[in-house]
Ligand binder design. Sequence first.
Ligand SMILES: [Zn+2]
Ligand SMILES: [Zn+2]
Length: 337
Amino acid sequence: MPTMIAMQLDGPGKALRRVERPMPRPAPYELLVEVSACGVCRTDLHVIDGEVAALRPIIPGHEIVGYVREIGPDTPGFKIGERVGIPWLGHTCGVCPYCLSDRENLCDRPLFTGATRDGGYATHVVADARYCFAIPERFTDIEAAPLLCAGLIGWRALRLAGGGQRIGLYGFGAAAHILAQIAVWQGRAVYAFTKTGDAQAQDFARSLGCCWAGASEDQPPEQLDAALIFAPVGALVPAALKAIRKGGRVVCAGIHMSDIPAFPYADLWGERQILSVANLTRDDGTSFFDVVQRAGIETVTTPFPLTEANTALAQLRTGQLIGAAVLIPGEFPASAS
Ligand SMILES: [Zn+2]
Ligand SMILES: [Zn+2]
C-alpha cells in the first residue's frame, strides 16, 4: 500500500513527530496533492501551543504549494500535474448567514487546513479543490509558499485598513515583508515597527521600501492613517492607537494575541477603530494573486527539510528568521542549502 510521510502534532506543546501514514485518497471535490513546499506560519505555533482550536493528532501547515496527482469524482478546476496553492480556509458550509452574505471567512462550520483538516507538513495532502488557487508562474514553489497565508491574510488586513496614505506595520516578519511591498507599490508610505534594537529587521524593512523603521514603542515621525499588527502581542494595540490619527484604524491581523492591557479611553476617542481580521475569503485570494502578479512582489524565504519542522518552528518562535520559513518535503534544492 502506498504511504506518505508527515510531521504530526499529537498534543498541545509536543514536538512534531515524523510519521508514515497510508496515502489518502481524494473524495468528491477533492485533490490529492504532492507537496513541494509548505510555509511555516505563526498560526502553526498557536495550533501547537493549543491556543487555536485544532484536531489532534493533526498535520499542521496551511501555506501549501504542490502538484495535483489524483482528482476525486466530480471535481472541477484542476488537471493532473497542475500546480496548486492550498490556503488556511479549507472548506465552508455554504448555507450559514455568513456564507450567504459574502463573508465565508466567518463561516459557522468551516474547516481550516492544518488545524481541523490535515495540512502540508507532509509529502502529500488532500484538499477541497474549490478552495485552492492557481499560483502566478513567476514564483518558484518555495517563493510562492508564504503568499498562501502571510501574504493572503495580510492582504485582507490591508484591505480592511482602508485607503489611507500612511500605513504602519507592527511585527516585521513573513506577512509584513510581503505587505510592505504591496503598500509601497500602491504608492503609500510604510512605517515598520520591530522589537526594540532589532536593527536587522529594521534594515530589512528599509530595503523593501519602508520610509521609516523603528521600535514598536516609538512614535513615528507622522501620524499614521492605519496600523496593521502582525505580532501576537496585545500591548501593541494601545501602542498603535497612539500612533494613528483621528478616524484611523488599528487592524489586528493575527489569529491569537496576548491580552490587551487597559488604556485611557482618550486614546480611542476621535473615532479611532480597533478591528480584527479572521481567515480569508476566496475573493481575497483571487484579488491578492492578481495584485502580487502586477506589483512584482518578491518573497524572502529560508528553506528547511520537512523533517526539520521543529527547528523551523523554534526559529520562528524566537524571531531568528528573516522573511518566511518554508518546509521542503522532497529533494532539498542545492541552491537553498
Ligand atoms: Zn458557512
Ligand atoms: Zn497562517
